[in-house]
Design a binder for this molecule. Structure first.
Ligand code: OSB
Ligand code: MG
Length: 369
């Protein structure tokens, strides 16, 4: 029996090292909700992947804050046995709000594992102590700027480059990078910006030897993705469209993708992420761990996820220095071989630096029993 005694919420803000432009818009800073849960046994940390605006998903920092303080947090405090075995049931009366739920699921799981002295990676059955890292490169003003950024990331050791694309800034750019680097693992991510009417773009991309095309079409459209997958030979990967294990089953049965990007923060936390992993492994569908420009808290959680056996493709788990001048935790570094070590301390294995956390805090609220 574990009781949750207290939830400390913070909204934190960090500058990004450079603007991150996608088909959805430009981000110049990171803001997210962090929760510290205190149980009668230990503390645990969770980072919400919602952003400043509801663009990638319907959730945003304001909705996540409200969902946690109005519904999820009070229910967790009222629950006699708040553990990883019960937390999903405690949240089941409320639909959606998966990013908000993930924050608390991950924090409760972290506290439980810290109390037991077990690492998240070991409990998940992780089979690697380091994971292969790729980097997600935002849309740039010019092709030359993109070239410079890609060259610098490759020099650092990243083992896969993912280029953000949008209508009008796609085939030419991607072809230029492919010409510079014929042998690299190269992929693109459209964040749902195209439709089936853009078949010419997809046929041209199909000739560039891409590892995958990530989320080309509308986030709610599995049928059109299935049609597109029959028309091109490059593997499609779904990100936004996969919110749950049920979505993953549907997408795989329909033939909407051949690869799944799992973001635990998008799908309601580590437990649902594990369920998606299991669905994909059973179906023979490779998975990889996506990112949402997380701070060190979310990164540690993602690294444990990416250590699971089905994660066979490079992950968007880049170094702290790719995102922030200064992270909230000790910085995560890319090894020269393009991998990153999976934390193996109790729980997620990291905590925020108190002074940096304090300096980054924009808003706070405490919920208590
Ligand atoms: O679509 O994968 C995405 C960042 C914010 C929102 C959506 C996406 C991304 C990324 C960044 O691609 C991946 C990372 O954290 O390195
Ligand atoms: Mg994506």
């Amino acid at each position: 029996m574990t009781r949750v005694l207290r939830l400390d919420l913070r909204l934190v803000g960090l500058p990004l090292v450079r603007p991150f432009r996608t088909s959805m818009g430009v981000s110049t800073r990171k803001e997210c909700v962090l929760v510290r849960v205190e149980t009668d046994e230990a503390e645990g940390w969770g980072e919400c992947v919602a952003d400043l605006e509801p663009d990638y998903s319907a959730e945003w920092n304001g909705s996540a804050w409200d969902a946690i303080t109005t519904f999820l947090g009070p229910a967790l405090l009222a629950e006699g046995d708040a553990s990883s075995a019960s937390v999903e049931r405690v949240f089941s009366p409320w639909r959606g709000n998966r990013m908000a739920k993930a924050t608390l699921v991950d924090a409760v799981l972290d506290a439980e594992l810290r109390a037991r002295g077990e690492s998240l990676t070991s409990v998940l059955g992780g089979d690697k102590d380091a994971v292969v890292c790729g980097v997600s490169v935002g849309i740039t003003d010019t092709t030359d700027t993109l070239r410079e950024q890609v060259d610098a990331y490759l020099a650092e050791g990243y083992r896969r480059v993912k280029l953000k694309i949008e209508p009008g800034i796609d085939v030419e750019r991607v072809a230029a990078i492919r010409a510079d680097h014929p042998g690299i693992l190269l992929s693109v991510d459209a964040n749902a910006a195209y439709s089936l009417a853009d078949e010419d773009v997809f046929r041209a991309l199909d000739d560039l030897g891409l590892l995958m095309i990530e989320q080309p079409l509308h986030h709610e459209d599995l049928v059109d993705h299935a049609k597109l997958q029959t028309r091109i030979s490059t593997d499609l990967c779904l990100d936004e469209s996969i919110r749950s294990a049920a979505d993953a089953r549907a997408a795989i049965e329909l033939g909407s993708c051949r690869i799944v990007n799992i973001k635990q923060g998008r799908v309601g936390g580590m437990l649902e992420a594990r369920a998606i992993h299991d669905v994909c492994v059973t179906a023979g569908v490779p998975v990889w761990c996506g990112g949402m420009l997380e701070t060190g808290i979310g990164r540690a959680t993602n690294l444990a996820l990416a250590s699971m056996p089905g994660f066979t493709l490079p992950n968007d788990t880049s170094a702290s220095s790719r995102y922030f001048p200064e992270d909230l935790t000790d910085p995560f570094v890319l090894e020269p071989d393009g991998t990153m070590r999976v934390p193996d301390g109790p729980g997620i294995g990291v905590t925020p630096d108190p002074a940096r956390l304090e300096a980054a805090t924009l808003r706070r609220e405490t919920l208590e029993l």
